[in-house]
Design a protein around this ligand. Structure first.
Ligand SMILES: [Zn+2]
Length: 403
């Protein structure tokens, strides 16, 4: 094997695994003003039916796809906690266990982020019927975290997530932050959609990022998911805080969120990585390529994501997303790596200088051959060992859910 073809595996900073099963189901216009908010109604209806066994089957399929595409760890932003009617399962961690089992069965590194979700808006309104599956009191949430922390191992890290500022009252956020001890990842959806930003400004006087920075000690343990709509001060504040932004390009495109201020953020020295989020696309190559392409379309320029010391866009994007992504996931990824396919025509004549640009911008065929997580082979010759049995189980579940 040529040394050139060994590269670091990609951390996936943001995933809602159950949404993999909805890919392609929400692409039919129901109203000329279809938006994130009409998509969310469909997502809620779908989410309301999934059992722990079904979630295990969906997450297993998704994690096989992630590994085969070159993601070696995943941060699972997990809010589907309870039974469809909102009652807790006899085991309060049943849905979390389904995710943990899927990660163990497939060999992907997992940073599980149980999500605190308490209110339906900035005004503190109660959760609606469809949101009841997501809800916890602070006490219930901390009990879940403590239980899951007792299961941590080399490839299972437990963190916490606040769904968003609109779903977590200020007092609850402070109670949770005061109760956690030790270093752990803290993730939050923020400034994804303009109605959310406008509501925050109306009720709290400033935008969500500004508010968070003013009211919490945001540091490198934090990951801000999306951070799409930022003013100049917020760009600088995030960069200075050392928090990582999880940019979810294909999902942000799918949902019509907007463009991340990538160039300004890079110039400010900000940390970022990528997430597959709704999992309509499961490919680090596509995330990175469209992160750059979106900026090219926006600015009518080329070769935007670079640094003075790294002018290869592909290499800058891959290495930056790996390096900052490891901080966000808090996984030990030192032995997570990929071997690219030496027989791929797309890599013919490749050398070190051009490798990443050819990987990211050279086409659509997956060039990942072997995948190692914690030094252990999990994908050989492009194929996960359990691919067939997991796919069979997944198909069965999809037939149930779509019946
Ligand atoms: Zn999300």
């Amino acid at each position: 094997m040529s040394k050139t073809l060994k590269i670091a595996g990609m951390p996936n900073l943001h995933s809602h695994s159950f949404q993999r099963a909805m890919a392609g189901l929400t692409e039919r216009q129901t109203n000329p003003s279809d938006s994130f908010w009409t998509w969310r109604e469909l997502m809620y209806r779908f989410a309301s039916r999934i059992t722990p066994d079904q979630l295990h089957a969906i997450a297993s399929q998704l994690y096989v796809e992630m590994l085969e595409a070159g993601y070696t760890s995943v941060c699972e932003f997990h809010y589907l906690h309870h039974q469809p009617d909102g009652k807790m399962y006899a085991d309060n961690s049943a849905m979390s266990q389904a995710i943990i089992q899927a990660a163990q069965d497939t060999g992907i590194g997992l940073t599980l982020l149980p999500v605190l979700y308490m209110t339906g808006g900035f005004d503190g309104r109660a959760l609606n019927e469809q949101q009841k599956r997501f809800g916890h009191s602070v006490e219930e949430f901390l009990a879940l975290i403590a239980k899951l922390q007792s299961q941590e191992n080399e490839k299972l890290k437990i963190g916490i997530a606040f769904h968003s500022l609109r779903a977590v009252p200020e007092k609850a956020m402070h109670e949770v932050l005061a109760s956690i001890s030790g270093k752990l990842p803290i993730h939050i959806h923020i400034s994804e959609q303009m109605p959310e930003v406008n509501e925050c400004v109306a009720l709290r006087g400033v935008g969500p990022v500004q508010w968070l920075m003013d009211n919490a000690d945001v540091n490198h343990d934090w990951t801000l998911v999306h951070a799409t709509h930022l003013d100049d001060a917020e760009v600088a504040l995030i960069a200075k805080s050392k928090a990582t932004v999880a940019i979810c390009t294909t999902t942000e495109a799918n949902l019509g969120d907007g463009f991340f201020r990538l160039r300004d953020f890079i110039v400010a020295g900000g940390a970022f990585g990528i997430g597959s989020d709704s999992n309509t696309s499961v490919s680090p190559v596509e995330e990175l390529r469209w992160l750059e392409y979106g900026q090219r379309l926006l600015h009518q320029q080329r070769n935007i994501a670079v640094a003075p010391e790294q002018t290869s866009v592909g290499k800058f994007l891959w290495q930056k997303s790996v390096g900052d992504g490891r901080i966000s996931s808090q996984q030990d990824c030192s032995e997570d790596y990929l071997i690219l396919d030496e027989n791929a025509v797309a890599l013919a004549g490749v050398n070190d200088a051009m490798l990443y640009d050819r990987l990211v911008f050279g086409g659509n065929r997956c060039l990942v051959k072997d995948v190692f997580v914690a030094g252990k082979l999990v994908v050989g010759d492009g194929k996960h060992a359990a691919r067939e049995s997991i796919a069979t189980n997944y198909s069965k579940v999809l037939n149930q859910l779509l019946a």
